[in-house]
Design a protein around this ligand. Structure first.
Ligand code: SRM
Ligand code: SF4
Length: 549
């Protein structure tokens, strides 16, 4: 049991929040621009982050003015699935209340940025009217559950993993009605003191909790980075536990960790086992230090055998050893693919997930036009891309035309290097950013393309800080913000996401990134074995030797 005196502020806030209500409702009715600390922490459980425009911050601070506050709202979309009318609904909300962009996240959801406090309630209401929820999209609970976004429509997949993700998500969502009372004006029902969280309890989980489900040959979800990874195998599922990527510079007690193989379960026991793993983290996860609270640390502190025995106490049955998986492969769904029902789906490249209309591209209008006209479904991928589904054979060429006219990138118009790149949101909205990411990586890629490296199918991922929201530690090249305009470069991860990379250079200026990556590509091109991928080459040679080359 944690020492009550040492509990973090977050734990106290959760305990006293009356199941996440706090005073959010009261504060909403006040004519202010932002919330104070306590409600601010609770808002996250409702899928909302208070932010301020960091581009404007220095000037505002210097002139003694208040920060330019606004809010980010994150939806919860298990497996990244949206109907056509849901997508159009979100598009309309985007037009009305946000910075006019929709942002596809690395966990297959949509985020909105730039919502002012006065519009928060209307935005939340309209999101819910579209039958989309934001409850538990952030906060110390189970987050959006990831799954291959085409598993119900592509004949390669025999199990509909999106449905499984939805069912699990439904099972693991917070139980109390606080969200609906605050945002949808649901009448408070007198439950005779039974307004409870049977799964989460009063203090919810110690930290965020991430789950992903997939087949070994589709590691698009980066299975090894999840708190719980679920893999389809013969007769059921393998379960992996303890993945997580967030860490801090110069704090070796924090580190990225790949999930460990844990057990095999039959399908009928899956929910029970996953729930029991969540309960072990709820009961034993660290609540005295947020930097040591993710389940990966609980696994490392106590070992897999201890963890297994605690899970078995909760399931009431013994866990079987995992089944052997020979290899994992990744994919990105770009291009045209035939569906089981004879229709088609197309995967489109959306750089860093930003759906916008600009001088160069009209991604937002293009997607809206296609969705409206052809009633297509929309799916979001773990690489921040968009898939349009249920397209009739006779509509393919008309859709191709709109894609071309809107300058939306396809597998034929994006370079291999850009196709495999990913950056987190970072500046100007992210309060934790140390350096640029989404606004800078495209420039790095353009330079590398100009130098002739566009056709290198290498995963390059940039994050503005070591929280690693674009999952750089499992990329072939990871670039992580260190301070303004400075980055660490990591190499040696593998293309399919099974290996962590290692630090290669520290404190590289933003202007030096292209030169350093080019150097590595040059060595790779002259010294690699045939068919050896970039990450495997760097791993084989080793960072020390690479530095000497
Ligand atoms: Fe993340 C915090 C954005 C996926 C690890 N992440 C944040 C916040 C909310 C900043 C904050 O706490 O104030 C960022 C909001 C930026 C903004 O302006 O929108 C943020 N994370 C994102 C998104 C939008 C990045 C993107 O470009 O798509 C992703 C939203 C996913 C979703 O839809 O739920 C996102 N974050 C991830 C991932 C990748 C994943 O889950 O597959 C990770 C690494 C995996 C992991 O969790 O270990 C990740 N985010 C973090 C962490 C570090 C957690 C840790 O264990 O230390 C933080 C900070 C924290 O929790 O204290 C964080
Ligand atoms: Fe913000 Fe850091 Fe996450 Fe990027 S990695 S979105 S900078 S928290």
């Amino acid at each position: 049991m944690p020492d009550e005196k040492k509990l973090t502020k977050e734990e106290i806030v959760k305990t006293n929040s009356n199941h996440l209500r706090g005073t959010i409702k009261e504060e909403l009715s006040k004519n202010t621009t932002h919330f104070e600390e306590t409600d601010n922490k609770l808002l996250k459980f409702h899928g909302i982050y208070q932010q301020d425009d960091r581009d404007k911050r220095p000037e505002l601070t210097a002139s003694g003015k208040e920060r330019a506050f606004s809010f980010m709202i994150r939806t919860k979309l298990p497996g990244g699935e949206l109907t056509s009318s849901q997508y159009l609904g979100l598009n309309e909300i985007c037009e009305k209340y946000t910075n006019k962009t929709l942002r596809v996240t690395t966990r297959q959801t949509i985020q909105f940025h730039g919502i002012i406090k006065g519009n928060l309630k209307a935005t939340l209401k309209e999101i819910n009217q579209n039958l989309i929820n934001t409850y538990g999209a952030c906060g110390d609970v189970v987050r959006n559950i990831m799954a291959p976004p085409v598993s119900d429509i592509d004949s390669e997949y025999s199990i509909d993993l999106c449905k499984l993700a939805r069912d699990l998500s439904e099972h693991l969502v917070p139980n109390t009605r606080s969200y609906y009372e605050v945002w949808i004006d649901e009448e408070k029902i007198d439950l005779g003191g039974k307004d409870e969280e049977p799964l989460y309890g009063k203090t919810y989980l110690p930290r965020k909790f991430k789950i992903g489900i997939t087949y070994p040959w589709d590691n698009s979800i980066d299975l090894f980075t999840q708190d719980v990874g679920i893999v389809v195998v013969e007769g059921g599922f393998n379960i992996l536990i303890g993945g997580g990527l967030g860490h801090h510079h110069n704090k070796p007690e924090t580190y990225p960790r790949l999930a460990s193989e844990f057990c095999f379960v039959k399908s009928e026991n899956l929910t029970k086992v996953v729930e029991s793993i969540v309960l072990v983290q709820r009961d034993f996860g660290g609540r005295e230090n947020r930097k040591h609270a993710r389940m990966k640390y609980l696994v490392d502190d106590n070992g897999l055998d201890w963890f297994k025995s605690e899970v078995e106490k909760r399931t009431g049955f013994k866990l079987d050893p995992v089944k052997e998986i020979k290899e994992y492969k990744s994919r990105d769904y770009l291009g045209w693919h035939k569906q089981k029902n004879g229709n088609w789906y197309i995967g489109l490249f959306v750089e860093n997930g930003r759906i916008y209309d600009g001088a160069d591209k009209q991604i937002k209008s293009g997607l809206k036009q296609i969705t409206e006209k052809f009633n297509v479904g929309v799916r979001l991928t773990p690489q921040q891309n968009v898939i349009l589904t249920n397209i009739k054979e006779e509509d393919k060429s008309k859709i191709d035309e709109i894609i071309k006219k809107s300058s939306i990138s396809t597998e034929n118009t994006v370079s291999a290097l850009r196709r495999n790149s990913m950056a987190c949101v970072s500046l100007p909205t992210c309060g934790l950013a140390l350096a640029e990411a989404e606004r800078y990586l495209p420039k790095v890629i353009t330079e590398l393309e100009k130098l002739g490296y566009g056709e290198e199918a290498t995963t390059i991922r940039m994050s503005g800080c070591p929280n690693s929201c674009s999952r750089p530690p499992v990329a072939e090249v990871g670039i992580i913000g260190l301070s303004a305009n400075k980055y660490n470069i990591y190499v040696g991860g593998d293309f399919d996401g099974e290996r962590l990379n290692k630090v290669y250079l520290e404190g590289v200026g933003s202007n030096g990134l292209v030169t350093e990556i080019e150097k590595l590509f040059k060595i790779y091109r002259t010294k690699r074995n045939s068919n050896e991928r970039f990450g495997d080459f760097c791993n084989r040679v080793g960072v020390e030797k690479l530095k000497e080359s």
